[in-house]
Design a protein around this ligand. Sequence first.
Ligand code: G6Q
Length: 553
Amino acid sequence: MTISTPRLKSLPAWQKLKQHYKEISNVHMRELFTSQPDRFDDFSIAWQELLLDYSKNRITEETIQLLVELANECGLPEAIERMFTGEKINNTEGREVLHTALRSNINKPYNIVSGDDVMPEIRAELEKMKDFSDAVHSGRTTGYTGKPFTSVVNIGIGGSDLGPHMVVNALQYYQKDIDIYFVSNVDDADIAKTLKKLDPETTLFIISSKTFTTWETLTNAHTARKWFLQSGADSSALSKHFIAVSSNVPEATAFGVAEENIFEFWDWVGGRYSLWSAIGLSIALAVGYDKFSELLAGAHAMDKHFRTTPLEKNIPVILGLLGIWYDNFFGADSQAIIPYDQYLEYLPSYLQQADMESNGKRVTRNGEEVDYNTGLIVWGTTGTNGQHAYFQLLHQGTRLIPADFLAAVESLNDIGEHHRLLIANFLAQTEALIRGKTVDEARASLEESGLDNEAIEKILPHKVFPGNQPTNTIFYQKLTPFNLGALIAMYEHKIFAQGIIWDLNSFDQWGVELGKSLAKIIYDELDDNEPVTTHGQSTRGLINYFKQKSSMI
Ligand code: G6Q
């Protein structure tokens, strides 16, 4: 066990930021706006069809300058190059991190440090995805009775579920005439409620699992296979209805998937970064391969922006640095993601995994225990729904919660007054969160309402809003596959930038691996009704309670 301490807190820029924090922490953003007439122009970045306004943050020009200094001292520019050129930056697993290659220009070579060009295998897999999705859409590939597929079920969990699930839901405006379902939980309710809606003759199952050893996924896959065979289908029909996406071809074959029906990806694609690989097959089946490639193109455009733009104008870097500012200097615990876009309903839970699994770490890349906080807790739901729920805490609670607000300039549906009303709320909320309502302002509105003085003084404290809650506003023109790809890549790179500053390996997940093995022991113990004598007192008591109660049923 190493005893050296991480270097982050001793860096000159960190020290300067500590001092700067003391000067700025009590300044209200109202004052910052008054003293900086061009603040919106100074603190916003327009790129392609996106606009990031970060002026509603508790920062000055000096803050950004110091944060950029910190990023430089932490070697962020060099780290970005190391990722893009395929160094084995996932040091605890000895792997390259090359999800950016999956969405790079497919006609150009993508050579990595080892000298290999990874594009031929990527190109071949993309070609296979295109052929397959085209064949399903055209009816060239059908179920065993010759009927076209009308439903697709992606069976996978974590990285093999959340990404495609979020994207398929987000792009449903473009969806072809085919239903896509996602089954992830080992809770039998998940598969049971899905199978109820399906016709075996017209259902295609995609078993998505990088390792093809994940218990939940295999259990669901076996249940689906049993259901299929019980419907009267012969086992020779299985190969038409069960395909797999995996980097473990032998296990997928052993399950019974025909080798030509296995879509491959590689160990240099992390699970939570895999929607760009064949794990995105459900996306291509939902919206067509062309739209899937537009999604890749949007992410690729963001990759170029991230790789080539100076740090102070680099969207993911700015977002990452602001997160560091609130986490490590203001002591914020969490971060809200609030899309004012119903199609982005699952974005917060997708980002929860992307961020918390990547940067929820307590030791540096070299194994030193960190002496600073790392990843923020990510949470959120869509607006305006959130306004009628947890926004109370944002407006008048005691915590500092930085939040990202996202919305499309143009609606995809454009029905009546909906979009105007949505955007009015979107803009009004961030304005209220920064401005708040002072005692004088609150008193003035109460006086206007005609209340007498005694009643005013009684209610006054409840009507005051401190404001000064930081928000980023992200506008995109329209929820196109391209813009969605860019937004997802923006967050991926923000997470990467933060991981570099915290000196973490953002690409391993030993906590998840632990969860995968823990349940196995108890699973075996639940095989009979005999009380167990193992485990700690509480777990033993609970196991025996369960055994006793379930045996009574
Ligand atoms: C993602 C994680 C984790 C993983 C799932 C599913 O980065 O590693 O969420 O994606 O545990 O793993 P398989 O794809 O191997 O089934």
